[in-house]
Design a protein around this ligand. Structure first.
Ligand SMILES: Cc1cc2nc3c(=O)[nH]c(=O)nc-3n(C[C@H](O)[C@H](O)[C@H](O)COP(=O)(O)OP(=O)(O)OC[C@H]3O[C@@H](n4cnc5c(N)ncnc54)[C@H](O)[C@@H]3O)c2cc1C
Length: 166
């Protein structure tokens, strides 16, 4: 049985009050979608590091609270940021947008979920790196991870992106 109030209290202590959103007006943004779908979101959590993600999942497990994560939330046509089930706490990862490693010898990059197609493209160009990567036509501001999960059906464990020489 989920215990939302205890989980919320611990998330606030761990991530800071400002990163745990519970007010109806702010949550309204997360339910908006072009499909007119409706759903109930009890809270939104915004982690900023791998360690915070690990901590928030441990808390969710302890209090049996379901989570729903997104990277940049532009999953237009398929619900945007709205979870498929009611009462999931949304994990908004879009502010975790660091490029952690670029390996030019082996041609891969390790990125956080909020890294967008535009951000990586600019990084490669600004640093004169002779690489391109698989992109979709969804736009600059959509995430690489979200597009990989939705369109390319790669494993969610696969956090390193292969770069192609050009
Ligand atoms: C202008 C525009 C037009 C579009 N037109 C179409 C269209 O005509 N048809 C169509 O089918 N799509 C369309 N899309 C959607 C597009 O194809 C991609 O689905 C979208 O870009 C993915 O958005 P995102 O990177 O923000 O992913 P997100 O919304 O962040 O995530 C995509 C999915 O993966 C899951 N996910 C993401 N990150 C994680 C994570 N770190 N851990 C666990 N789960 C995760 C999310 O829960 C979600 O279900 C359009 C998008 C835009 C912006």
């Amino acid at each position: 049985m989920p215990n939302y109030s205890s989980a919320l209290q611990e998330w606030k202590q761990t991530l800071g009050e400002g990163n745990v959103i519970c007010d109806t007006e702010s949550i309204g943004f997360y339910t908006q979608n072009v499909g007119g779908l409706e759903g109930k979101i009890p809270a939104v959590i915004k982690p900023h590091s791998l360690e915070e993600v690990q901590q928030l999942i441990l808390i969710a497990n302890r209090y049996e609270t379901p989570l729903w994560a997104f990277s940049t939330g532009r999953n237009w046509g398929l619900g945007s940021r709205l979870p498929v089930k009611d009462d999931c706490v949304v994990v908004d990862l879009h502010e975790m947008n660091r490029i952690r490693e670029i390996n030019t010898l082996h041609g891969y990059v390790v990125i956080e979920p909020g890294v967008t197609q535009g951000l990586l493209w600019d990084y490669l160009n600004e640093n004169n790196l002779p690489f391109v990567f698989d992109a979709t036509g969804s736009g600059r501001d959509t995430s690489i991870i979200g597009n990989q999960l939705i369109k390319l059906r790669k494993s969610s464990q696969d956090t390193a992106l292969r770069l192609l020489s050009h």
